[in-house]
Ligand binder design. Sequence first.
Ligand code: RNT
Ligand code: ZN
Length: 415
Amino acid sequence: MKESVKKAYEIAKERYAAFGIDTEKVLEQLQDFHLSMHCWQADDVAGFESTGDLTGGIQATGNYPGKARNIDELRADILKAKSLVPGTHRLNLHEIYGDFGGKFVDRDEVGPEHFQSWIDWAAENDTKLDFNSTSFSHPKSGNLSLSNPDKGIRDFWIEHTKRCREISNQMGLAQGDPCIMNVWVHDGCKDQSVNHFMYRELLKDSLDQIFAEEMPHMKDCIEGKVFGIGLESFTVGSHDFYTAYAAANGKIPTIDTGHYHPTESPADKVSALLNFVPELMLHVSRPVRWDSDHVTIKDDPTQELFNEIVRAGALERVHYGLDYFDGAINRTGAYVIGSRAAQKCMLCALLEPTELIRKYELEGKTFQLLHLLEEFKAMPWGAVYDEFCVRNDVPLGDAVIAEIEKYEAEVTSKR
Ligand code: RNT
Ligand code: ZN
């Protein structure tokens, strides 16, 4: 098998070289492409804090057996998934995944000590950590958290989010690389509402308080969306709100690919936003009719997103998080599909004959441009990805199936 992969790669190398593309250089770039794998696919966003329902306008559907029930199972699943994805990748934790030692630790009491075992685990497993505050699935979540007119509730969530920044800062310090912390709050209204300006004023003020202290080892990103389930009519943290906030305050907007109107292109936001904000965070997901958080695949919108990043020369200005949670599929396998799909999109984006297509466009050669874009869809990028897997000593293509089946038979099916 390795022999035929090598042969196919040599042919692919030649085909790309004819367009001036150096596949060896691209393989190096792909090696340096680190995804931030989201911890919450392993257990349908349950976490270890309480056994209550998932709230906050998001929903995981499906009851495929074998979900991670505790920190050890979650870590095992993540390591299994990582062993099937070439390259080195980060782990994105939510606050509710802290190591609470069997005790109830409320959100306004959480501290770096509850993540020390994660920091140690990450160092042992060559993994860098990213982080998220958690506004959902809590008695004080309601419909409004950071924008709640009740000062007591608002202050509770401000305190929570400040503490999360401290945790992130500790993580960043320990790993010698900034921890990227995402703030997404579900705040919104189910039906007609008339105090929109007030809610947004409150959210702005809460964020100002949260971000007041400089934290040198972490970076803040803020994520908007169109609507959440049960909060369909109004979202306080809309895209306009966070785009303006990020531009005014030098923060990082998070583009969650499931959070836009169905015909709106997340990819088209890259060049627009990067003219005004320093960096971008991605939540690569797959919306099916709504923000359904299906497993990421190599579909056109995802490909287009990565193309736009490469074409903008912005590889280093983007953080590549994944965000989906499907409970209807083998959850460990879901990590592998989504991570490898994102890598394949990045690979294809890097294998584009950028100079040539740019030139065609500037010369008004629209036929030539379109034709080449079409032809490149069928170039042998799969041979380059296989070579990448071989060099990283991870299973090729369909060999992943046997690995996941074995893990299911030996581990997850016994839960
Ligand atoms: C929700 C947002 C958010 C969550 C995670 C769990 O719509 O996408 O990023 O998915 O925080
Ligand atoms: Zn998201």
